[in-house]
Design a protein around this ligand. Sequence first.
Ligand SMILES: Cc1cc2nc3c(=O)[nH]c(=O)nc-3n(C[C@H](O)[C@H](O)[C@H](O)COP(=O)(O)O)c2cc1C
Length: 230
Amino acid sequence: MEFADVVRTTGAVRRFRDEPVPDATLARVFDNARFAPSGGNRQGWHVIVLRSAEVRAKIRALSLAGYQEYAAYVAAGHVPFSPGEDGRWQQPPGDVDFTAPVARNRFVEELERAPVLAVLAVDLRQLAVTDGDLPRQSVVGGGSVYPFAQNILLSARNEGLGGVLTTFLCRREAEAKELLGLPQPYAIAAMLAIGVPDRHPRKLTRRPVEDFVTLDRFDGPAFGGPGGNG
Ligand SMILES: Cc1cc2nc3c(=O)[nH]c(=O)nc-3n(C[C@H](O)[C@H](O)[C@H](O)COP(=O)(O)O)c2cc1C
C-alpha cells in the first residue's frame, strides 16, 4: 500500500470477520513493527499473543470491568481518568456512579471474537522517564512503547488487516499480570485486537493541521497544512 493510504486509513477496527490471521502474516506484522523508535533504542516491549481460550475469557472479563469504570465517567459527562486542572491524578468526580448500569459495549463483551488478541507490556526499567519528577502527570515513558503499538496497527493495515489499541485492561493490571505471568517491573501498556475487518475505515475524523500547529508560541499564528480534514 501507499504510505499516505496506510496512515490515513488506519482507523480503529472493532468488528472482525470470522477468519483466522495466519501466523506468518502476524509474524510479518511484528517484524515490520519492531522498527519503531524508543528512548535510547532500548525496545523494552514484550508482546503476549493470547491463544488459550481460558486466558482470553479471563482477559475479556478484566477488560469489561475496566470498560465499566470508563463508561461510568462518560455517563457523567467526564473525560475518563483525566488529570485535574493542575495536571495531576485526581479522584473520580463525585457525580461518577460506578454502581449504575452502563451502556453496553459489544466489542468488549465479545472480545474473544477478535482473531488476534495481543497484550503489549513494557519493562519499566528500560524507560528514560525524563518528566517523571515533574509536578504533573508523566507522559514521556509511554513514548517508548506506543510508537511500537501504532506500528503494529499500521503494519496490520498494510496486510489488509485492521485493529484497535485498548487500555481497559490497564484498570485491572494486577490481576492481568498475575494471569499472564508478567514479572514485577513490567507494566501493561495496551491490548491490541486485530483481524480481518468487517469493513475498512475510509474517512477518519481528525483535526486539520492549522488547528494544532502554530508558529513560535502556543498562541502564535496558525501554520496552515496542505489541506483540511479528510
Ligand atoms: C492510548 C489509546 C487508548 C485507547 N483505548 C481504547 C480502549 O480502551 N478501547 C477502545 O475501544 N478504543 C481505544 N482506543 C482507540 C480510540 O478510541 C481510537 O483510536 C479513536 O477513537 C479514533 O478512532 P477512529 O480511528 O475510528 O477515528 C485507544 C486509542 C489510544 C491511542
